[in-house]
Write a protein that binds this ligand. Structure first.
Ligand code: F6R
Length: 602
């Protein structure tokens, strides 16, 4: 999830692009760069770290020209560094890119054979060389030919030193808009970047390729010229940062289908799970006898579900630990122990310390992480990135569900390496998880019901959340989400454990949220629900369309999916419940009191 800004007009491009990039900085980035063009010459400046670093360099440099492109990078391929920062170049072609080129390795190998030299570790550089390869004097045609060879989801904004004042941009499942001014055009991945210059935008559709000059925009779809209407945006700049959503948390809840697609992208080929950054040999993997998953908070809940996945598909015993507990307990570790830290930020102090302890004791370490080149990613022997994109809301949402998808992939991968799963099993299971984003979209479309629920339930002092098996950690997650953003006391319990204590809490005032979707333990869960109803508890059920519970005060319906994948779908009602109650109460949803996004202290 990178930020892109482009400009072609009659004003100096650099300040407009820099200002645009600054307006995207709320998303957090790791490097940035700008290239501008004048008289067929391109000047580029790139820097690692925050935009401020680039700005300092720009203060003492000159980037002339009234056309240019800029980029803030959220690393996916290759660590944050000057050489990996965009724009990337191939001879006369300069470009910036957002997204992932799934087949970049194959393309890179064949381009290298043809003599192209790569200066970065990015997938982006492949696009620049590919456009150069197809270039025969017509820039637009070269881009069109190159795009045909690219697989994945991406947006590209490119310039050619031989084609003055023209920018070519491409959109495929990654946002890109074109803003219109007086004899000038702005291109941006996000509206806020250029909202101070224009409110009139053309929204490109997937597959569109546009040739943009100061006075014109020509948009092609499958080679045919098409019209995209100019729409006027009425958002305030802060609403625009949130894509029109009231809070980042809500935006990130809605981003989950896209985020899961990005987690899965490039990870499967014809019955084989491909985890290229794991960096452990087949011998190392076959030798694994025990796995320890360590994490904090929401990531710990994901790890708990990961245990079910790995034990089911790879038949390797898994322990799950809260990192702050793991650190201070005696550890039985040897080279056949695989330790898997799970962390969104990659900077959580306890998880990082647990990782270091495990490594010192001789364990192999593969982390599941969202932030590329974070401390946890760097310290681990191998890494599986979740590719959720920046998560701004303090309460974790898309980071959680992408962690689940990553753990599922890891389990399938280990299952295959240990000989427990055959190619046909992998194909079937991958197909099931690939179908999830669409099923998640169905749950998202039910949001208005949660607003109504919040109105009726925001005054309750306590909530109980119950679930079994794969959905026990979802009950824990539901309770954590509610307490952290709405400040209502909530407890999550394994439904079967309720009668060992928490049942004493149940009376006619107690809302009990129960995950009762199709599973091998469905009947057992129903018995627990009856125990709650018998004590006049207020049952709020997460159910499938055919299993709605007549005695429940609410049935939130989600599509029926494989039991092991149901946590990814069932997490959404938990997020909506917490979000709408907190919002109804007027709480600061994105920055709840006393909490920080990245807990870098013990
Ligand atoms: C809750 C939440 C926290 C984090 C925890 C670990 O919504 O976000 O519980 O999950 O602080 O953070 P990471 O995953 O960055 O290690």
């Amino acid at each position: 999830m990178c930020g892109i800004v482009g400009y072609t007009g009659s004003r100096a491009a650099m300040p407009i692009i820099l200002e645009g990039l600054k307006r995207l900085e709320y998303r957090g980035y790791d490097s940035a760069g700008i290239a501008t063009m004048q008289d067929g010459n391109c000047s580029t400046i790139k820097e690692k770290g925050k935009l401020m670093n680039l700005e300092k360099l720009l203060a003492s440099s000159h980037l002339p020209g009234s056309m240019g492109i800029g980029h803030t990078r959220w690393a996916t391929h290759g660590k944050p560094s000057v050489s990996n920062a965009h724009p990337h170049q191939s001879d006369n072609i300069y470009l910036v890119h957002n997204g992932i080129i799934e087949n970049h390795k194959k393309l890179k190998a064949s381009l290298e054979k043809e003599g192209y030299t790569f200066l970065s570790q990015t997938d982006t550089e492949v696009i620049a060389h590919l456009i150069r390869k197809h270039y025969q004097g017509d820039f637009l045609e070269a881009v069109m030919a190159a795009v045909k060879q690219l697989k994945g989801a991406f947006s590209i904004v490119a310039m050619d030193t031989m084609t003055p004042q023209s920018i070519v941009c491409v959109k495929k499942e990654s946002p890109l808009v074109i803003g219109t001014g007086a004899d000038e055009h702005f291109i941006a991945s996000d509206i806020p970047a250029v909202l101070s210059h224009t409110r009139d935008f053309q929204f490109l559709e997937d597959g569109d390729i546009a040739l943009v000059t100061p006075g014109s925009v020509q948009i092609y779809h499958n080679g045919v010229l098409v019209e995209r209407p100019v729409k006027t945006v009425s958002w305030s700049p802060s609403a625009a940062e949130k894509g029109g959503y009231k809070h980042f948390m809500l935006k990130e809840i809605y981003e989950q289908p896209r985020a899961i697609r990005d987690t899965l992208m490039g990870k499967h080929d014809d019955g084989e799970i491909l985890l290229s950054d794991i960096h452990l040999s087949d011998g190392d993997l076959a030798a694994v006898e025990r796995i320890q998953l360590v994490a904090c908070g929401t990531s710990w809940h994901a790890a708990m579900i990961g245990k079910y996945y790995i034990e089911k598909y790879a038949a390797i015993p898994v322990e799950v630990d809260i990192a702050s507990e793991y650190r201070y307990r005696p550890k039985i570790i040897n080279p056949t122990t695989l330790v898997v830290p799970v962390s969104q930020s990659g900077e959580t102090a306890d998880t990082l310390a647990a990782l270091k302890d495990a490594k010192q004791l001789g364990a192999k370490v593969i982390c599941i992480c969202n932030v590329v080149d974070s401390s946890i990613a760097r310290e681990s022997h191998g890494v599986l990135y979740t590719n959720a994109g920046p998560e701004i809301g303090v309460a974790s949402t898309k980071a959680f569900t992408t962690q689940l998808a990553a753990l599922y992939l890891l389990a399938l991968f280990l299952g295959q390496k240990c000989g427990h799963l055959k190619a046909k099993d992998i194909k079937r299971k991958f197909k099931a998880i690939e179908a999830l984003p669409e099923q998640m979209e169905q749950v998202l479309s039910d949001e208005p019901r949660y607003t109504e629920f919040a109105r009726n339930f925001h005054n309750h002092q306590d909530f109980l959340f119950l679930g079994r098996s794969y959905n026990f950690p979802i009950a824990l997650e539901g309770a954590l989400k509610l307490k952290e953003i709405s400040y209502i006391h909530a407890e999550g319990y394994a439904a079967g454990e309720m009668k060992h204590g928490p049942i004493a809490l149940i009376d006619k005032e107690m809302p009990v949220v129960v995950v009762a979707t199709a599973s091998e333990v469905y009947e057992k869960t129903i018995s627990n629900i009856e125990e709650v109803m018998a004590r006049n508890g207020l049952v709020i059920a997460i159910t499938n369309p055919d299993n709605q519970l007549s005695g429940a005060v609410e049935n939130f319906v989600v599509p029926e999916v494989d039991e092991e994948l149901s946590p990814l779908v069932n997490a959404i009602p938990m997020q909506f419940l917490a979000y709408h109650i907190a919002d109804y109460k007027g709480c600061d949803v994105d920055q709840p009191r006393n909490l920080a996004k990245s807990v870098t202290v013990e």
